[in-house]
Design a protein around this ligand. Structure first.
Ligand SMILES: [Zn+2]
Length: 354
């Protein structure tokens, strides 16, 4: 239902409802924005609502057509996911089914996957035939930026001459990732990062998530609900401890020891970003601790102890330098600069600033 989907995006939910009830749906929509902002969830919900017996406010999830779209068993509803060429059809279908049932948790396609041209041709051909059941024909195309340019023509023809009563929804991180000829034929809707308040509210509504973990995950997810949910399953206390040790080592560690630790850290890219993210939150909290004291924090002994230690090592200026360095590493990593070099450079900069 649009009253719940996509999670934490009230403005998008209102727009979807307006699109759905306007009676003048475009033939093609492009939902774009960062990962975890609800594009998949929204695309699937809107498409399913068109097949639903009472879909004005979203897919009811209870009628017979909803039952069939919910398991990808509806002849007029299709979800396309990118895959490796060798991926079997059954596996592909399983991933698409998971995307429908768990849009924030289904396995994201690996880098290097694309939409195999034969599969694209087949799906588009079926789509152009229009509805089998006499209603809407819908197709949701997840990560459409992974279509190879040479296959894009197949899609382009259909976008130019869509069948009657049909809707195609594409999702992508940004319009620039698609060919302009495709973008120009879609009505685009931008999905912003989910706000911290919305993230925290959703996470705390999940019974298994504690307040502390919800807070950390909301802070560290960068507005991605997918990431935030994944973070709640991780050892948050362990990650926070690794991040505070990382910060301490940068300013007090023994030369050889710190170098080895950075070298080891750099070998795991995801761990680097997790640690940097957690370190960034420590720095923000340390600043708050220095300015407003212990009263600004809930009385959780272990965290307060770490903040005491960090604020004895990091003054305002050093906090600022460290935060800038973290930002710089993130920027550099987008340009594929060696992570170990970046981390060592951060360490040297902080050493000079101490
Ligand atoms: Zn329904």
């Amino acid at each position: 239902m649009f009253s719940e989907t996509p999670i934490g995006q009230p403005r998008i939910r209102r727009i979807l409802e307006r699109i759905r009830t306007s009676g003048r749906l475009p033939h093609a929509l492009l939902f774009w924005g960062p990962e975890g902002t609800g594009k998949t969830s929204a695309a699937i919900e809107l498409a399913r609502s068109l097949h639903c017996d009472r879909g004005e406010t979203g897919a009811c999830g209870e009628c017979a057509p909803c039952g069939r779209t919910g398991t990808l068993g509806h002849a007029d509803f299709n979800v396309i996911v990118p895959a490796m060429r060798k991926t079997k059809d059954a596996e592909l279908r399983r991933v698409a089914e998971e995307a429908v049932s768990d849009p924030y948790g289904y396995p994201m396609p690996d880098e290097g996957t694309s939409v195999v041209v034969e599969r694209l041709r087949e799906a588009v051909k079926e789509f152009t035939l229009g509805s089998f059941e006499g209603g809407w024909r819908t197709m949701v195309f997840l990560d459409a930026h992974r279509i190879r340019p040479e296959s894009a023509n197949i899609l382009l023809k259909t976008l130019e001459e869509p069948p009657e009563q049909s809707l195609m929804i594409l999702t992508a991180p940004a319009p620039e990732r698609l060919l302009p000829t495709i973008v120009s034929r879609c009505q685009a809707l931008a999905f912003p990062p989910v706000s911290r308040t919305e993230l925290k509210a959703h996470l705390t509504s999940l019974t298994s998530v504690s307040e502390t973990v919800a807070e950390y995950a909301a802070d560290a997810s960068g507005g991605s609900l997918r990431r935030a949910i994944a973070l709640t399953g991780e050892d948050v206390a362990g990650l926070q401890a690794r991040a505070s040790r990382f910060l301490e080592a940068l300013v007090t560690g023994r030369e050889a020891h710190t170098f080895l630790a950075l070298e080891q850290l750099a070998s795991d890219k995801q761990e680097v970003f997790d640690v940097l993210q957690a370190a960034e939150i420590w720095l923000a909290d340390t600043l708050r601790f220095r300015q407003r004291g212990e009263a600004a924090f809930a009385p959780e002994a272990p965290r307060i102890q770490t903040l005491r230690e960090l604020s004895s090592l990091f003054d305002e200026k050093l906090i600022d330098t460290a935060a800038r360095e973290i930002e710089r590493i993130r920027d550099m990593s987008l340009r594929n600069i060696n992570l170990q070099v970046s981390l060592v450079s951060m360490w040297r900069t902080l050493q000079r600033a101490v």
